[in-house]
Design a protein around this ligand. Structure first.
Ligand SMILES: [Zn+2]
Length: 93
């Protein structure tokens, strides 16, 4: 799928249409010492099976890719509608 590198969209902060720079949303780095991670590490210690179900029956073939729009005037970021595609390509218009 092709997606434009710049797009003109409504900005809720400027309350008008502005050009937005498009980037692709990437998941941030997971913190190693948050409560859920500490609890899982404690549960995984010692004998016994893995404490959480491991999902195997994955029916979906493609991941959702979310474009991230940044207003070129005020810098507010917001998400655009995401699409299930194998790959997404940013191109100049
Ligand atoms: Zn704006």
């Amino acid at each position: 799928m092709k997606y434009p590198r710049t797009i003109k969209k409504y900005c809720p902060k400027c309350r008008s249409h502005q050009t937005h720079n498009v980037a692709l949303y990437k998941k941030g780095k997971e913190r190693t010492l948050n409560q859920g991670r500490r609890r899982l590490e404690r549960k995984k210690r010692g004998y016994g099976s893995f404490p959480k179900p491991i999902f195997h029956k994955n029916a979906k073939l493609n991941k959702r890719i979310t474009p991230l729009l940044e207003c070129s005037v005020c810098g507010k970021k917001r998400y655009a509608q995401s699409h299930r595609t194998k790959r997404i390509e940013l191109h100049e218009v």
